[in-house]
Write a protein that binds this ligand. Structure first.
Ligand code: NAD
Length: 499
């Protein structure tokens, strides 16, 4: 059986693995490969390779690093079909969606092609008598990224592109459930001209994550995954003195006002709730219609749109979404559906029990719709991460906005309305990090930045955009004065001020 190896110092690691993990094809429900699981010795090896390679990479002028990024972008584009197929076979999302996953990461690579401009510092002439002040951004050294299963191309690229372009070496610890794409990306980066050792991939589980968090030469760690793990990783890494950014789980709401373009809102919500089998941190698993009449109209249209959904294998070009990632995750989602029913929600459409002919072992779930969900239900408070949409009715705009604001997660939220006053008030007041106004999945473009609030994000710098550059660089500020034949200044025992 195929063994997916670490990628260290420019080549697949040759050593025999002490432990391996199974990599499934979720469409057929069978093991298709094994992934080697590393340990602290492997992390030491990857860090040593990164440490040897990083100074020369950082010493290249930024335009030369940008050229490598341009070639990396071109190679990703040239290999789009191959990468998408690889991604779909391990993750289960349909090919078109895998291309979107890769494309959203590629856009961050495009952004960092402008690294010479992005790294420019600030300069003040004449901050005091004969004194000039300037600042520069220097790479932090060696950084690492720990990534979730649900975006195996986009999220590693969110992290490694700004880190590499800024002159750092980077180590990716991919999800052990779909580890192939990050390795292929590292191979393409090498082909693009990235020196060996500057980008390494170490597979593994908690053992490798802890070794990264404890390693004194790893100076910054970016994490994306579920909130409990994000909080743990944040705490352990910060306690070790590292710069940390840790993105967590989500439970995003779509609020639908009576004046919304209902057909458009339903099309958007259906795509965002069920696309990628709901396994997106920016999915819309909760819809909050305002007013009973809005709720009834919305519900009728949702039921009819759900009837047209097609669930299929990841390579089926006509499927709207594919299987969930694993048998355990399928059982977990089914448990949440039952929990919602037991808590008193109305099961309007039940997606359990779906079986595809010829793919009976695949991890498929049909679309589920639950109505009359209430804020006290555990099935509402927790992230389900499956093709399940919950209707939480509200009587007023204020009540509707209070739900996402009071929820433990604060990743994304959307408002569907034609009323600018509501939209403006909503964007200003809702306690959530990323807002869509008539936009269902408001993942910001690569030149803004991505980050949720509350338990959706630990740390203060977002992913990509200028925050990505700030995260992977340190600012150094120089205050300088040159002898110019002027009088010798008296010695002073008070803090210098610019009077
Ligand atoms: P996960 O938390 O299980 O795993 C994420 C990473 O942490 C993986 O690399 C995994 O190997 C590692 N890990 C798992 N258990 C660990 C432990 N005990 N100690 C240390 N490391 C550990 O998440 P997942 O299931 O792969 O991904 C889905 C989750 O990620 C969802 O909660 C989703 O909302 C979230 N997510 C968030 C964002 C965001 O930007 N906010 C984006 C994508 C996914």
């Amino acid at each position: 059986m195929r063994l997916i190896q670490h990628f260290i110092d420019g080549s697949p690691f040759e050593g025999a693995p002490s432990r391996t993990g199974d990599v499934f094809d979720p469409s057929i429900g069978k093991v298709q490969a094994r992934v080697t699981l590393g340990d602290s010795a492997l992390v030491d090896r990857a860090v040593a390779s990164a440490k040897a390679a990083q100074p020369a990479w950082a010493a290249l002028n930024p335009q030369r690093r940008a050229r490598v990024m341009f070639r990396f972008k071109e190679l990703i584009e040239a290999h789009m079909d191959e990468l998408a197929e690889m991604l779909s076979r391990e993750h289960g999302k349909v090919i078109a969606d895998s291309k979107g996953d890769i494309q959203r990461g590629l856009e961050v690579v495009e952004f960092v092609c402008g690294i010479p401009h992005l790294l420019k510092g600030e300069y003040t002439e004449g901050a005091g008598p004969g004194i000039d002040v300037y600042s520069m951004r220097q790479p932090i050294g060696i950084a690492a990224g720990i990534t979730p299963f649900n975006f195996p191309a986009m999220i590693p690229l969110w992290m490694c592109a700004p880190a590499l372009a800024s002159g750092n070496a980077f180590i990716i610890k991919p999800s052990e459930r779909d580890p192939s794409v990050p390795v292929r990306l590292a191979e393409l980066a090498l082909e693009a001209g990235l020196p060996k050792g500057v980008l390494n991939v170490v597979h593994g589980d908690k053992v490798v994550v802890d070794a990264i968090l404890d390693h004194p030469d790893v100076k910054a760690v970016s994490f994306v995954g579920s909130s409990d793990i994000a909080q743990y990783v944040y705490g352990r890494g910060a306690a070790a003195g590292k710069r940390m950014q840790c993105m967590g789980g989500a439970k995003n709401h779509a609020i639908v006002m009576a004046d919304a373009d209902m057909d458009q809102a339903v099309a958007d919500i259906i795509g965002a709730a069920y696309g990628s089998a709901g396994e997106r941190c920016m999915a819309l698993p909760v819809v909050t219609p305002v007013g009973e009449e809005t709720a009834e109209r919305l519900r009728a249209k949702l039921i009819s749109a759900i009837a047209d959904l097609r669930v299929g294998v990841a390579t089926d070009p006509d499927a709207h979404y594919g299987p969930v990632v694993s048998a355990q995750h399928k059982a977990r989602v089914e448990n949440y559906i039952q929990m919602a029913v037991d808590e008193g929600a109305e099961l309007v459409v039940d997606g359990r029990g779906l079986s595809l002919q010829g793919y009976e072992e695949g991890y498929f779930l049909g679309p589920t719709l639950l109505d009359r969900v209430t804020p006290g239900m555990r099935s509402y408070q927790e992230e389900i991460f499956g093709p399940v949409l919950q209707i939480l009715r509200a009587s007023t705009f204020e009540e509707a906005v209070s739900y996402p604001s009071q929820h433990q997660y604060g990743n994304g939220v959307a408002l569907f309305t034609r009323n600018g006053d509501f939209a403006r008030k909503f964007a200003s007041e809702v306690e959530v990090g990323m807002i869509g106004i008539n936009v269902p999945i408001p993942v910001p473009v690569a030149y803004h930045s991505f980050g949720g609030w509350k338990r959706s994000g630990f740390g203060d710098l977002n992913q990509y955009g200028m925050d990505g550059i700030r995260f992977y660089t340190r600012t150094k500020t120089v205050t300088q004065r040159w002898p110019s034949g002027g009088a010798v200044l008296d010695q002073s025992f008070v803090i210098p001020t610019m009077r």
